[in-house]
Design a protein around this ligand. Structure first.
Ligand SMILES: N[C@@H](CCC(=O)N[C@@H](CS)C(=O)NCC(=O)O)C(=O)O
Length: 204
C-alpha cells in the first residue's frame, strides 16, 4: 500500500500512526505541498481536492484521512482499534466525526494565524480570526478534557482510532498557541500518546 503524504500534515499523520499501530507496512510518497505538488494534474487525478493524504491499495484509491484510517483497520484481521460491535463502533466513530467537523477546523484557525501564515510570510495574525479560533478551541477542548476525566483513552477503555485521529491535531499546541493550558486531563492523555513509539516515529 502506498500513502501520498506530507510529514507536517496532521491529516497524513493520523493515517501513518494508524498503519504503524496496526503493523501495516506503507510505502510513503512525499507530496511537496510547499511546491504545489498537490495541484499537479497527476495528483489531482488521485484526489481532485488537491490534498494529502491519499491511500492507494492496489487499484483502490481512497482520500479523506478518517476514512483511510477506517479502511486500514477494517482490512487488518484481529485489529482492536475500530470495534465491529455496532455501539462500540459508533462510540469511536462519533469522535472521528467530532474531530473532522468541530475540533480540527477550530484548531486550524489558530494554526493558520499563528504558525502557517508567518511561515509563508503572509503577514500578522488577524485579531478577529484569533478571537474566533480561541473561542472555538476553548469550547471543544473543554468538551474533550471533561470527557477524559478519569479515563486513559478517549473511547472503549483502550487505544482506538479516536485517539489516533485527534492527537495529531494537537501537535501544534505551543506554536499555534492553543488555549488548552487548563485542560489537565487532555494534556495527560496527550502525554500518553506522545510516549508511543508510533508518535515518535511520525514526528515531523
Ligand atoms: N479532509 C481532508 C483534509 C486534507 C487536507 O486538508 N490536507 C492538507 C494537509 S494537512 C493539504 O493537503 N492541503 C493542501 C492544500 O490545501 O493545498 C482529510 O481529512 O484528509
Amino acid at each position: 500500500m502506498r500513502l501520498y503524504y506530507h510529514p507536517m500534515s496532521s491529516n497524513s499523520r493520523r493515517v501513518h500512526l494508524t498503519a504503524l499501530e496496526l503493523g501495516r507496512p506503507l510505502e510513503l510518497v512525499l507530496v511537496d505541498l510547499s511546491k504545489g505538488a498537490q495541484r499537479s494534474p497527476d495528483f489531482l487525478r488521485k484526489n481532485p481536492n488537491g490534498a494529502v493524504p491519499v491511500l492507494e491499495d492496489d487499484d483502490f484509491v481512497l482520500t479523506e484521512s478518517h476514512a483511510i484510517m477506517q479502511h486500514l483497520a477494517d482490512t487488518t484481521p484481529g485489529q482492536t482499534l475500530l470495534p465491529t460491535e455496532p455501539r462500540a463502533r459508533a462510540d469511536v466513530n462519533r469522535w472521528l466525526f467530532w474531530n473532522a467537523h468541530h475540533f480540527q477546523p477550530a484548531v486550524s484557525v489558530l494554526a493558520w494565524e499563528h504558525l502557517i501564515k508567518p511561515m509563508l510570510g503572509q503577514g500578522a495574525a488577524d485579531p478577529e480570526a484569533v478571537a474566533r479560533g480561541t473561542a472555538l478551541v476553548t469550547r471543544y477542548g473543554q468538551v474533550l478534557d471533561a470527557h477524559l476525566a478519569g479515563k486513559t483513552w478517549i473511547a472503549q477503555d483502550r487505544l482506538t482510532l479516536a485517539d489516533l485521529a485527534i492527537a495529531p491535531v494537537l501537535a501544534v499546541m505551543a506554536p499555534a498557541k492553543l488555549p488548552l493550558q487548563g485542560c489537565t486531563h487532555l494534556r495527560a492523555w496527550l502525554d500518553r500518546m506522545q510516549e508511543r513509539q508510533s508518535w515518535k516515529a511520525t514526528a515531523a
